[in-house]
Design a protein around this ligand. Structure first.
Ligand code: HSE
Length: 426
């Protein structure tokens, strides 16, 4: 029986889950896939952590060089996170002729071009199913099954931490802080919560997914980014009343005018398939010219769901003779021929603070001045004389246009001001 030796760099939440999945499923893989997958080595400074997982002392490497020189190791799993030392370790391993599996979306998205070049040069495989959307087989689907399609758009909930936070705030009225703490304790959040709540993590994932979907490099620097830290729970409640759910969306579109990529909170109709994706679940909704619409759904984070993606890459490596690389030229920057749309179009939810009876008419006339059609959908008097809330939902308009209108509304001091502006995805 073919034997595949594995080394794991880092035994944190995901590394520990991977060790557990590989060791506990060893017989299952032998029986069903005809390969004996053996964890030969781990790189982990915390010896107690390694011991608690049942790793034998002699399987703990002292440094990356030991793993590079270990003839029993065929493939190395990098689950350290962050750029360094992960990048140096992965390059050393590839240059030692060993294939790599990574879950590290930041490293992968920023240095994919360099890692792929090293993998090609050394005839190694580079696998990254676990970089995006945890246990959901989205990478393999884009590479191996949906590749027959011209993919026109993908819209995803690709970050578990923020989806968990928004779900708890919407359904249980939990505060932002408490929901974040809970997400961290469940092992969903990145070490630095900024990566999740400020939208960096979904930007890295969207860069990888849209590059694969649109067959051209979509550098993360081209992606518009807005996180959830400014979300006011008032808008979650008004949204609910209007039949919307607030989600942090990653949106990629491939149109005749160019590629549009953005990560930001958005209100979606409660009947949209993504609206029911809650807690740490993630989903990606893809539209292709042959397949029409497909939605992949599952756990986007956590030890075992991510380990599932990693183990699937190892089995793929063990059962395939050739390695596939990207279909596009994997350069650091975008192909100069690729056009990116920055002034994208959207509908908007605008919550206005009204200080005078004339506020609604004034706001509507400013919106009309910029060609924006909008109807007030909620008008509420706060009980304090002369102060009320007006909510408009607009038709589609451009970002630049809505921002000009908002600026002009805000200049009407003492009459009306914009309290919230949230994109609405139809
Ligand atoms: N912090 C990430 C998330 C982990 O919450 O989705 C999985 O990529």
């Amino acid at each position: 029986m073919k034997k595949v030796g594995v080394a794991i760099l880092g035994l944190g939440v995901v590394g520990g889950g991977t060790y557990k999945a590989l060791t506990e499923h060893r017989e299952f893989y032998k029986k069903n896939h005809g390969v004996d997958i053996v964890v030969e080595s781990v790189l982990e400074r915390n010896k107690e952590r390694a011991a608690s997982l049942g790793v034998e002392r002699n399987a703990i490497a002292q440094n990356i060089g030991e793993i590079c020189n270990n003839p029993q190791v065929d493939i190395v799993v990098e689950v350290l996170g962050g750029v360094e030392p992960a990048k140096s370790f992965v390059l050393a391993v590839l240059n030692a002729g060993k294939s790599v599996v990574t879950s590290n979306k930041e490293l992968f998205c920023k240095y994919w071009h360099e890692l792929e070049e090293a993998a090609k040069l050394n005839g190694c495989g580079l696998f990254y199913e676990a970089t995006c959307v945890g246990g959901v087989p989205i990478i393999r689907s884009l590479l191996d099954t949906l590749q027959v399609n011209k993919i026109t758009s993908l819209t995803g909930i690709v970050n578990s931490t923020t989806n968990y936070i928004l779900t708890k705030m919407t359904d249980s009225g939990m505060t932002y802080k408490d929901a974040l703490k809970k997400a961290q304790s469940l092992g969903y959040a990145e070490a630095d919560p900024k990566m999740d709540v400020d939208g960096f993590d979904p930007v890295y994932k969207l860069s990888i997914l849209s590059s694969l979907a649109f067959h051209t490099k979509v550098p993360y620097t081209k992606i518009y980014r807005e996180g959830i830290t400014e979300i006011d729970s008032t808008d979650l409640l008004y949204g609910k009343r209007l039949g919307y759910v607030l989600k942090l969306l990653a949106i990629g579109k491939n149109t005749d005018s160019g590629i549009e990529v953005r990560v930001h909170p958005a209100l979606i109709k409660s009947t949209h398939p993504l609206a029911g994706v809650n807690d740490s679940y993630n989903a990606v909704y893809i539209s292709g010219d042959c397949v029409e619409d497909v939605m992949l759904y599952g756990r986007g984070a956590g030890a075992l769901p991510t380990a599932s993606a990693i183990a699937s890459d190892i089995i793929y490596f063990a059962t395939h003779d050739n390695f596939n690389y990207t279909t596009f030229e994997n350069t650091e920057n975008a192909d100069p021929a690729t056009k990116f749309i920055t002034d994208f179009k959207s509908a908007y939810y605008i919550r206005l603070q009204a200080y005078d009876m004339g506020a609604q008419t004034k706001a509507k006339s400013v919106l009309e001045k910029y060609g924006i059609t909008a109807e007030p959908v909620i008008f509420e008097n706060s009980g304090v004389k002369g102060v009320g809330t007006i909510i408009f939902v607009t038709d589609e308009t451009s970002e630049s246009n809505i921002h000009k209108a908002v600026e002009e509304i805000n200049s009407c001091k003492g009459l009306v001001s914009v309290a919230s502006l949230i994109r609405v995805c139809q």
